[in-house]
Design a protein around this ligand. Structure first.
Ligand code: NOJ
Length: 416
């Protein structure tokens, strides 16, 4: 058994997102979940629509303290979660101070438990008014988004340092909503996909500058001063879903196109406006002829994703050329029985450790997810949580693998 130590100050934790856990959100997704077309489609597939409506989700809007207690008990020192734009700006230009207070208190409660917040500003959902204007297809979307970001960051700059503007804008949201047309707004078109990507890139750039401007105006807290405010500087990035592309040599050009549109284009264009790279990794991407290169993996999760931990080493090495710190902002497995979760975590951590040994500047590991939650178009079926949720009673039960992961977090070390 080897003892693999992680760098000092390494961040350990878990992630969630607002729509997946809070409950009672009103946004373009909640509208879509209940739309007659969606219900009809689910019935046609023989599914119970109730399992695909986020509804009260984990009721974390009210129970977040319980969630944070779990994170603390599990030795986490970072927690990634998202702020729901539709709560903060339910009507165009009208900001809801009460909801802002909610998030302020939530972050204070998190910090009181010794946990660093990592705040995602957009995680797939849009306010209804924004969606009606065309969402990220609208030319003005970067300005709308930045106005919301300004309001939030003005309010939270004294208590948050780690910001993520967008979660998986290119690969997952762009892919499902615009390339495949399966997620709202179900607009299938490559040109629309590109337009949305360009608007995301502009929005990220504007938001980055806005956030930096806000922090630059805060006078630093002088040593010995009695001020209770934190002397925090902002680090801003965005999180993308990276897959290890498996492709035969004669289709390398196809692999390059795939990688370019999946994340490289976005990374290159926003490179000057990223303090870190947020990397979500779950599985590989197969291109035609891939089975000759890599046989089908024996371990496949219920999402149908082949488990291939070496892939995280490969993608980490491939983003290292950007010379930025990297946070693993998501990595996880849907595993209701909890029989495979610990191995999944350990195998990936081993390769992450390997990449650090090869010079990649990885600063943290954030497991997806702290809780079982609403897995978008898959509904409540997939169970990614370190804690199991009973969706009738909202009872949280910590899974055994979470306790083992807690040892790793506390010791900053993996025994492998
Ligand atoms: C990535 C997304 O950010 C998150 O919302 C989702 O639940 C997980 N992957 C698992 O699919």
């Amino acid at each position: 058994m080897e003892k693999l130590e992680f760098p000092e100050g390494f961040l350990w934790g878990a992630a969630t997102s607002a729509h997946q856990i809070e409950g009672d959100n009103h946004n373009d997704w909640s509208e879509w979940e209940k739309s007659p077309e969606r219900i009809a489609q689910l019935k046609k597939e023989g599914k119970d629509p109730a399992d695909f409506i986020s509804g009260k989700a984990c009721d974390s809007y009210h129970r977040y303290r319980e969630d944070f207690d779990i994170a603390k008990e599990l030795g986490h020192n970072v927690h990634r979660f998202s702020i729901e734009w539709s709560r903060i700006e339910p009507e165009e230009g009208k900001f809801d101070e009460r909801e802002m207070e909610h998030y302020k208190t939530l972050i204070t409660d998190l910090r009181e438990r010794g946990i660093e917040p990592m705040v995602t500003l957009w995680h797939f959902t849009n306010p209804v008014w924004f969606a009606k204007k065309g969402g990220f297809l609208s030319e003005r979307s970067p300005q709308y988004f930045t106005r919301y970001v300004k309001y939030v960051v003005d309010n939270l700059c004294d208590r948050v340092g780690l910001w993520i503007t967008f979660n998986e804008p290119s690969s997952v949201y762009g892919g499902f909503s615009y390339l495949l047309g399966q997620w709202p707004p179900q607009k299938k078109s490559f040109f629309k996909y590109l337009r949305v990507q360009n608007n995301f890139i502009r929005a990220h750039t504007l938001a980055y500058r806005q956030i930096k401007k806000i922090y630059a105006a805060i006078p630093p807290v002088r040593p010995g001063s009695s001020s209770t405010s934190h002397n925090i500087r902002a680090q801003v990035g965005w999180a993308e879903n990276y897959r290890y592309p498996v492709v035969p040599w004669y289709l390398r050009w196809l692999g390059s196109i795939f990688t370019y549109f999946r994340f490289l284009r976005f990374l290159k264009k926003t490179a000057p406006y990223q303090d870190f790279i947020g990397l979500n990794y779950y599985t590989i991407a197969r291109l035609p002829g891939s089975y000759d290169v890599l046989p089908r993996q024996a371990a496949v999760s219920i999402m149908g994703w082949e488990i291939y931990p070496y892939g995280i080493f490969h993608v980490l090495k491939s983003v290292a050329k950007f010379k930025k710190p990297v946070y693993i902002t998501e990595n996880g497995i849907a595993d209701a029985s909890d029989e495979r979760r610990l191995k999944f975590i350990k195998d990936h951590l081993r390769w992450i450790h390997g990449s650090i040994a090869h010079g990649v500047d990885v600063r943290g590991y954030i497991y997806w997810s702290l809780l079982d939650n609403f897995e978008w178009s898959h509904g409540f079926g997939p169970r990614f949580g370190l804690a199991e949720i009973d969706f009738k009673t909202f009872k949280r039960t910590v899974r055994p693998s979470a306790l083992e992961y807690a040892h790793i977090c506390r010791n900053n070390m993996l025994e492998y």
